[in-house]
Design a protein around this ligand. Structure first.
Ligand code: HEM
Length: 287
């Protein structure tokens, strides 16, 4: 047999020699060869249980055990989550009839659906509920920069209309007729024009600068703020980060507010005057 023809791996190659060489043999035919049991590894392969394989087999077994423990844990967590969901749904379902029944009971007893609660009570309750973590539809209070708020100035019909007063932003989309495009008070939308609310200067005081206001004007500001806070259809949605004012910024000059109904020219007119003249709309809560 030539050297290149030697293909049998169970016999030694004629050229293969070094001192102490172990003669190759067929499985089970070697002198003093130990025969080990056959076993299956983690993937179902039949392997011998010889010592060299044992460590690998043990580590495969450990890994399988670990994986099945993880799987069990995951299923347990999923089941728990499902159960929790079911439980909270069933709690809600069980209190729903009570929630629906209470207004009827109230109407029967007090002829009002709210147990005769004063309207002064309801807005704070509603505001609390709007922001309560228990409310699944709670309003996400967010912070606006002036540049972000201006995007909600009513110029686009597909966006809500927001306005800010004293740093608090309100959604006034419920009254697009007044604050939306072409509305009489549209100039107040998309910005914090606190000063105009107090001075009535709807052209020159469209600013958050409330420095130098007298007591009556301060009170008027608070009046308008609580008007928006307690309004049935408006709701608070966040805050505006007004740019800080420094001594370098001049306090806006007082403006001349035109007297309604005098017919005299000059001075700034309240935007609602025109609507008031047509008599179509009820005037806002002007003090
Ligand atoms: C400091 C002066 C004034 C301020 C700050 C002011 C502010 C406002 C505001 C914020 C609204 C909207 C209220 C809402 O959201 O429902 C409003 C509406 C209204 N205001 Fe004024 N207002 C002032 C003066 C006047 C005057 C002098 C008149 C009339 C002579 C007037 C007539 C009206 C009318 C008719 C509406 C309803 C507008 C409409 O339905 O289109 N306001 N006002």
């Amino acid at each position: 047999m030539s050297t290149s023809e030697h293909t049998d791996v169970y016999t030694n190659h004629p050229d293969e020699y070094y001192p102490g060489i172990r003669q190759r043999s067929r499985p089970g035919e070697a002198p003093k060869e130990e025969i080990y049991d056959k076993t299956k590894d983690a993937y179902g392969n039949v392997v011998t249980d010889k010592p060299a394989n044992r460590a690998i087999l043990a580590s495969q077994r450990r890994r399988l055990e670990h994986e099945s423990r993880l799987k069990a844990q995951r299923t347990h967590q999923q089941e728990k989550r499902l159960n929790d969901n079911k439980r909270s749904k069933s709690t809600f379902r069980s209190i729903l009839p009570i929630i629906l029944f209470l207004p009827l009971l109230s109407h029967f007893l007090t002829k009002s659906y709210t147990f005769g609660l004063s309207p002064y009570f309801l807005p704070p309750l509603r505001n609390y509920w709007n922001e309560s973590p228990l409310n699944p539809y709670k309003i996400q209070i967010r912070t606006f920069t002036p540049q972000e708020l201006v995007l909600y100035d009513g110029s686009r019909d597909d966006r809500p209309v927001y306005l800010a007063i004293d740093g608090v932003v309100f959604d006034v989309s419920a009254n697009r007729r007044i604050y939306g495009k072409g509305g009489s008070y549209n100039m107040m939308a998309g910005r914090d024009a606190s000063r105009a609310f107090t001075t009535g200067c709807f052209e020159t005081h469209l600013t958050h600068d409330t420095r130098g206001l007298n007591e009556a004007e301060q009170a008027s500001l608070q009046h308008w703020k609580s008007f928006f806070t307690n309004h049935e259809k408006y709701h608070k949605i966040g805050y505006i980060l007004n740019p800080p004012l420094t001594d370098q910024d001049p306090i806006p000059e007082p403006c001349r507010v035109a007297e309604p109904d005098t017919g005299k020219e000059g001075g700034q007119h309240a935007p609602g005057e025109q609507a008031a003249k047509t008599g179509k709309h009820r005037p806002g809560p002007v003090q």
